[in-house]
Design a protein around this ligand. Structure first.
Ligand code: GCW
Length: 719
């Protein structure tokens, strides 16, 4: 007892010192993400200080230590006064966290029934009395579950929610919630716009960058439990003993936070590293090579998650190189990983050029015939839409067409086609559209969310991947607002039913401000941002009309890429008559890949949502839209509306000076200026180009372009 008191006194002092150091004006560089534990507004402090007085995390392990430290640091910071760690409940306001195994206090509560339903990662937070004191208990079956519970509890405080009568049970809806990094071993990041790779390969395994820990901690705070370290355009070197030592060092840092490592496996690695003459998946030597490699990996990283494979796509080797099928390839790797409980994430992003083919139908053609054939530890990773991470796409037809396959959506958090890290866009709105889309696979209500969370077909293994937008930039994502997309990805992976508004509001309060007016204004900006970006980039179902290669800025005229389907002209099909890609029965008919009610809905011009009009139809320039305007006028007004939104948003943001700290305010303002410049560029370049087909004047209300079409065509990335 005495010892406990002494310890808590020492802890108090240590925290007080820590706290004093932390509160010294820290530059507002965004590095702390949504885990800013600054003192909360006065109105919340009085009640929280009574409700939270000490932290009781018993037991010792890497995760329990992280959990204790997080609660102590966070509560001390948020409450503006030291909240000590204690070995027992000494007073009202104890926050007790752990598992029945780690904490006799939790065991004594006999919550077997409550915990039984939570699975390995869920948590239960309940206000109780413990030894006559009021306490908040965060309990879970695993230490990781308790850590997730702690982050949830902190989120409640960070967003000023009541914590007096807590009774919260949660578990993740999707099992594998992973960030995919397209990081190359030379430190560059494919489609990365926030600096270099976070993995300092040359310094590893000896030197561990503290950012690795920050990264893992940020992920744990939103429930992300997997990280693919290397680009799916893979370099086999990552599988060498040298690199595996480096990988193991990263895994050691991530482990306490529950983030498991995945690696992209280059299909031809047995030849490149093992000296075999073939990588044919049915060759026994090849199978043995992968088995041995898997064994070697698990020796170095016992909780290794598995392989991600981009096969026979965009020049990557794969089973088809040897006249074998995707299933042959995936199942061979799955057999190597199965003894270790590892999984294979096989990507469905496969599209071979054929005469007159429609890229939107390619993944379905390549993969759908294998429904029911993949091994039990294979997940088929399907991009949200059938082309490639466009500002807006209809949902991928595979979601409604593979009932016997474990499907896992792939979202792109990094903004390859969406203005890099220059444009403010909140992607939760876009992902909601995908989750909510009805595939009709098992009648109405068969939403993509229900397909991928396993509930529609009792899918045994579930998951979701987001291509990360993180990098070595101090603020992680290159633009302060784009941190919200990392956050939203984690939150929606945990619960795909959360509304975009809820996610936005949480994030704003945790990251920027508690001021109600400012929160409302920022939330509105975020919630409108996706539609606005679609308006100034690709309205009414247009897609892939970006500059070739880097995909930044408009270039609808582009037709010099070696593959037809890398050229914008392939996608918009503008001619004297009209605009859009006919994917109905009179065109490519890839619309037939959707279930009949979906197909009919999109095929019929009167029911097809205008947001997808030009995705599915080639429409005459003078086609009457629902507004009564003709297509050309409507198109032009969409572009103008997008520009107007950015202009208005800049003003609104300016008005928030004084509410938002000056450093982040100024940095966001600069990015908004670029966004406005780009939106105007998009409007002018695209309209001038399409005008050469429509031969119609710009409607009233649309500003005249400042340059000629030739000037826009000559423009390079840096204007
Ligand atoms: O979107 C395209 C990108 C490629 C990427 C590919 C993929 C990693 O332009 O850079 O390669 O998709 O998803 O495999």
């Amino acid at each position: 007892m005495r010892l406990a008191k002494y310890r808590s006194l020492v802890a108090c002092l240590a925290i007080a010192m820590l706290f004093a150091a932390a509160s010294e004006a820290q530059g507002e560089d965004g590095h702390r993400l949504w885990r800013r534990y600054d003192q909360l507004p006065a109105q919340a402090l009085t009640r929280y200080r009574i409700q939270v007085s000490e932290i009781v995390v018993l037991g010792k392990s890497a995760t329990l230590d992280v959990l204790r430290a997080e609660l102590v640091d966070a509560c001390s910071g948020l409450l503006g006064s030291p909240v000590p760690s204690a070995d027992e409940v000494n007073r009202d306001g104890a926050v007790v966290a752990g598992t029945p195994l780690s904490s006799p206090l939790i065991k004594s509560l006999h919550w077997e029934a409550q915990l039984a339903a939570l699975g390995p990662e869920g948590f239960y937070i309940h206000s109780v009395r413990l030894s006559t004191h009021r306490a908040i208990v965060i309990a879970a079956n695993s230490e990781l579950g308790a850590l997730y519970g702690a982050f949830h509890f902190l989120r409640l405080m960070q967003t000023l929610q009541p914590i007096d009568k807590l009774d919260v049970s949660q578990k993740p809806r999707l099992q594998l919630r992973m960030l995919d990094h397209w990081d190359n071993l030379d430190g560059s990041v494919e489609r990365g716009y926030a600096g270099r790779s976070l993995w300092n390969w040359s310094a590893l395994p000896e030197a561990i960058d503290p950012r690795l820990r920050d990264y893992a901690r940020a992920n744990a705070s939103i429930g992300i439990n997997g990280s693919l370290l290397n680009n799916v355009n893979a370099n086999a070197q990552i599988l060498t003993a040298d690199y595996l030592r480096k990988v193991a060092a990263i895994a050691d840092v991530f482990r306490p936070y529950g983030v498991r490592i995945f690696l992209s496996a280059r299909f031809s690695a047995p030849m490149e590293l093992g000296g075999l003459m073939t990588a044919d998946p049915l060759d026994p030597e090849v199978g043995t090579w992968w088995k041995n490699k898997a064994d070697e990996i698990y020796k170095a990283v016992p909780d290794f998650g598995g392989f991600v494979v981009k096969a026979n796509s965009e020049g990557q080797p794969g089973p088809r190189t040897y006249n074998r099928s995707h299933v042959d390839g995936a199942n061979m790797l799955a057999a190597a990983l199965a003894p270790h409980n590892g999984v294979v994430v096989w990507r469905a992003f496969v599209y071979d050029v054929k005469p007159d083919y429609d890229r939107a139908g390619a993944a379905y053609e390549n993969l759908q015939p294998f429904d029911g054939k993949f091994a039990a530890n294979v997940l088929l990773q399907v991009k949200n839409g059938p082309i490639d991470f466009q500002p807006r796409e209809p949902f991928h037809p595979l979601f409604g067409a593979m009932p016997k396959t474990q499907l896992m959506p792939e979202f792109q958090i990094t903004q390859e086609y969406l203005g890099f890290s220059n444009h403010l866009i909140f992607l939760a709105s876009m992902w909601r559209e995908v989750f909510d889309a009805d595939t009709y696979a098992k009648g109405p209500g068969s939403t993509v969310a229900k397909v991928v969370d396993g509930s529609l077909y009792s899918q045994h293994l579930t998951g979701i991947a987001g291509v990360a937008n993180t990098g070595s930039d101090r603020n992680w994502t290159g633009h302060h607002f784009l941190q919200a997309n990392w956050y939203a990805f984690g939150r929606l992976a945990w619960n795909p039913d959360l509304t975009s508004r809820q996610v936005a509001e949480e994030w704003i309060k945790m990251t920027f401000t508690h001021d109600p007016k400012a929160t409302a204004m920022i939330a509105r900006i975020m919630l409108e941002s996706h539609e606005a970006l679609v308006d100034y980039m690709t309205p009414l179902g247009l897609h892939h009309i970006m500059w070739g290669g880097h995909h930044y800025g408009p270039a609808p005229w582009w037709d010099t890429e070696p593959r037809a389907d890398w050229n914008p002209v392939y996608y918009h099909r503008a001619d004297e008559k009209g605009l859009g890609f006919d994917r109905t029965a009179t065109g490519s008919n890839t619309l037939s890949q959707y279930q009949p009610p979906v197909r009919d809905h999109f095929a019929n011009l009167t029911t097809c949502p205008e947001a997808f009009l030009l995705w599915f139809h080639h429409v005459p320039w003078d086609y009457r839209m629902r507004s009564g305007r003709i297509l050309w006028d409507e198109l032009a007004l969409h572009y103008q509306r997008g520009v107007d939104w950015v202009t208005a948003t800049r003003k609104e943001w300016d008005a928030l000076a004084g509410v938002i700290d000056p450093e982040r305010h100024a940095e966001v303002a600069k990015k908004l200026a670029i966004q406005e410049r780009d939106a105007i560029w998009w409007r002018d370049a695209v309209l001038l180009y399409f005008q050469s087909f429509s031969k119609r004047p710009l409607p009233e209300g649309v500003e005249k372009p400042a340059h000629t079409l030739e000037e826009y065509k000559a423009k390079s990335l840096a204007w």
